[in-house]
Design a protein around this ligand. Structure first.
Ligand SMILES: [Zn+2]
Ligand SMILES: [Zn+2]
Length: 375
């Protein structure tokens, strides 16, 4: 390994100057949402992050959000997250301080934080598979402190941040940290959505809707949204679904067969992450089709090879690589894509516990994405 791949330490946190300020002039304490094990979290004071490696940047968070993945963490589904960790992997902010080896960003730059950290140099980054970066990947709010805070340290900032063009609606761009690239890369690209094809998206939550919005780049003939919640289906209609099926009231398999001349869909996108929805996709996919999984699964799923073995189908899985973030940003700039549609609730960061409550009862609260704003 080339020594250049290993960032050198420039500042040791324990050497920060005494008093109430860090060497960079920031207050030593900030507020953050801290995870304390199954179901436990608290909005409290934590040390303000400092540059640890010369490829780091410290970002002052302007706006962040809560992800379904954060709820999984709180349920104890992601044991790698240990007590004391600051959650959050999405957000926009302003560069407060840049390490000496950072060339693409400087103090004052407005940035989108990618949920995936990439060193840009390892074997996976060289293949544009940033999700599996051996030095990064999904680490924010997982293995290192995240964005639900006043400040965050972003490692390998040159490859992990994106400049926000002047005059942009920064709130809308929070959706580019994770859910839009996730819906697009894991659902639409992996599902090979094509003009004239038929698509079923199982799950009309934020990720399913992100797939619905970005699938329309390719003009499929049908996009059928399937969900047990009528409100979410109504939203899906507004977002461009051609048909909706409430699978708590209707037989989704029969309805999809009716709508597709008896054969099923070319692309079945799984956007929930439970066994029944993945099994539903296996029944919806047409011969020659693709099941593109997006959902985060915590349980094993039955694979019906006894019926699928002869059907020429493919099943794909993916952790978002965020390789399409720049492209998606252009589509937002050109107004092809309006990610603001996904935002339903807004809170001050100090009300984050309430925001978690609303997001955790999304169906009852009619919530999609919640935006948290720092003062
Ligand atoms: Zn997320
Ligand atoms: Zn890498």
């Amino acid at each position: 390994m080339n020594s250049a791949t290993t960032p050198t330490k420039t500042t040791k946190p324990e050497l920060a100057s005494e008093g109430t300020k860090n060497a960079n002039g920031l207050s030593k304490k900030m507020k953050a949402l801290v995870y304390y094990g199954h179901g436990k979290k608290s909005w409290e004071e934590k040390p303000t992050p400092v540059i640890q490696n010369n490829t780091d940047v410290i970002v002052k968070i302007i706006k962040t959000t809560i992800c379904g993945t954060d709820l999984h963490i709180l349920k104890g589904d992601v044991p790698a997250v240990t007590a004391g960790r600051i959650l959050g992997h999405e957000g926009v902010g302003i560069v407060e301080e840049a390490g000496s080896a950072v060339t693409g960003f400087k103090k004052g730059d407005h940035v989108i934080i990618s949920c995936i950290t990439s060193c840009g140099k390892c074997v996976y980054c060289k293949r544009s598979m940033y999700s599996h970066c051996v030095n990064g990947g999904w680490i924010l709010g997982h293995l290192i402190d995240g964005t639900q805070a006043e400040y965050v340290r972003i490692p390998y900032a040159d490859n992990s941040l994106y400049h926000i063009p002047e005059g942009s609606d920064e709130e809308a761009l929070v959706m580019l940290s994770d859910i839009l690239p996730t819906g697009f890369e894991c659902g639409v690209l992996n599902g090979k959505v094509q003009p004239g094809n038929t698509v079923a998206i199982v799950g009309s939550g934020p990720i399913g809707l992100a797939a619905l919005l970005t699938a329309q780049f390719y003009s499929p003939a049908e996009i059928i949204m399937i969900d047990p919640d009528d409100n979410r289906l109504k939203t899906a209609k507004k977002f461009g679904a051609t048909k909706t099926i409430n699978n708590s009231k209707e037989n989704a398999i029969e309805r999809v067969k009716e709508l597709t001349g008896g054969i099923g869909v070319d692309t079945a996108i799984e956007a929930v992450g439970i066994p029944t929805t993945f099994e539903l996709c296996q029944s919806l996919v047409a011969p020659g089709g693709i099941i593109a999984n997006i959902g985060v699964h915590g349980k094993s799923v039955e694979l019906h090879l006894e019926t699928l073995w002869s059907r020429n189908i493919a099943i794909t899985t993916r952790l978002v690589d965020t390789v399409t973030t720049s492209m998606l940003l252009k589509t937002v700039q050109s107004k092809k894509l309006d990610p603001k549609l996904l935002i339903t609730h807004r809170f001050k960061s100090s009300d984050i516990i309430k925001a978690y409550d609303v997001f955790g009862h999304a169906a009852k609260e009619n919530a999609l994405k919640v935006i948290l704003t720092n003062d």
